[in-house]
Write a protein that binds this ligand. Structure first.
Ligand code: CA2
Length: 148
């Protein structure tokens, strides 16, 4: 195992901090990346931080992480509602996987947002704590790999 944590972001998250700040906050994805690195660095872990709007690219990102990653933190965004190729790719990984959502997907305006199909392919899910979800996911992987 390498000491590399992959933090993967799905469609539209490149606009974090720019669109709908009342829902998603004002921090940008660059701010989130910095926070992940600030948590991982002192623990001796490296972060690979990526975002894509394309499902096939997300599948490739997961393939890249499959061999050797310490863990994956993934905000799949709307891929969590119908992204079966993403689910299959996650199921091929043996490392800890934390699915994160900035908003509480169980408490949103639309019912369709509440059910993630990816939960059956991940270790756990954190939802609704703003961008803190990313750091919590990174911390979980660090602790899981330290054997606690
Ligand atoms: O709360 C989350 O992190 C979400 O995964 C964000 C997704 C949404 O489809 C999920 O239901 C919950 C993407 C939201 C749309 O993209 C935006 C990104 C940044 C700013 C505004 C919208």
């Amino acid at each position: 195992m390498t000491k590399v944590i992959h933090v993967l972001n799905g469609p539209n998250l490149g606009l974090l901090g720019v669109r709908q700040p009342e829902l998603y906050g004002t921090a940008t994805l660059a701010d989130v990346e910095k926070e992940c690195r600030d948590i991982a660095g002192p623990a001796g872990f490296e972060i690979i931080f990526r975002q894509t709007d394309a499902e096939h690219e997300m599948v490739h990102f997961i393939h890249d992480a499959r061999v050797g990653a310490a863990g994956i933190v993934i905000n799949p965004a709307a891929f969590c509602y119908a992204g079966y190729p993403v689910l299959d790719a996650l199921k091929m990984c043996d490392c800890p996987i934390v699915e994160v959502h900035i908003t509480n997907i169980h408490n949103r305006e639309a019912e369709w947002r509440s059910k993630s199909i990816l939960t059956q392919g991940v270790t756990g899910m954190i939802s609704g704590l703003g961008i803190d979800v990313y750091g919590l996911g990174v911390r979980h992987i660090i602790r899981a790999r330290a054997g606690r």
